[in-house]
Design a protein around this ligand. Sequence first.
Ligand code: GLU
Length: 311
Amino acid sequence: MAAQAVPEARFGDALRAAAGELPPGLRTRFAPAATGYLHLGHVANALVVWGVARATAGSVVLRIEDHDRQRCRPEYEAALLDDLAALGFSPDEPPIDSFRTRTASAYRQRDNGAAYEAAVARLDAASLVYACDCSRTTFAAWSAAHGRAWSRPGCPGGCAGRSLRRGRAGLTLRLALGGGDEAWTDLVLGRQVGEPVGAQAGGDLPIRDRHGNWTYALCVVVDDMRHRIDLVIRGEDLLDATPAQVRLGRLLGRAEPPLFLHHPLIRRADGHKLSKADGATSVRELLAAGNTAALLRERAAGVIGLPEGWQ
Ligand code: GLU
């Protein structure tokens, strides 16, 4: 991956310049996973999302990414709605209270299985989907034997040619994205080139995991199409996922990929990105400890180097 992060010190200028060039009326989105409480990293992401939308007369779609039925919980969804409201972030679509009724929503992934099924049927018609029984251990064994990680299309077990029966428990569904790189231009990082592979292990893209969940990789592309998103703004930890998303969008009939803007992350002192497991930085706890919403916004804005006035 050719990606080079922009230092926080330069991010603000790059962001302001990028926003200045965008056409008005773009649709962007804030798409948290309901796997834990929002943390300062989400505040930073929300500031960029809402900031760009505000600066360009665009709109913000809120989407609950709860495709992982084992890890997501309704109480985390309720908490993230409360926290967003407390922080002063209000989506243009849908009305935030529409999530609170717990009736089905077009903006909550667990309610939209039919959309993912339909996408997979389309990919299936092109013979691009196969069941795979390779586990992390299979990939690790291949790496140990070859002295490098699997980094090609396919999978170490050659499952694309094995016609494993789909319904069997414990199988992953993979999508043969094909070889070759994808190139795209990030609004802040500039031209990017990368291989469209499944994030961690390499190999063809998992679209349904072995627990039967549609994966982030599939849902995010289907949803960005369904929700007519033309600007994706997110942390630079997802840069490597972008080539596969560009490729998948094309396979699903998207004429042009969305615009992408990846921003710096808030990191812990040891350099790791914040995660939902870092309770001490959850928005809930910080607010409960007496910090104001304005202070949290300021703190997040300061760490990633947002321009003056964007907090
Ligand atoms: N749901 C993802 C997350 O919370 C964000 C996905 C995206 O912005 O593409 O990390």
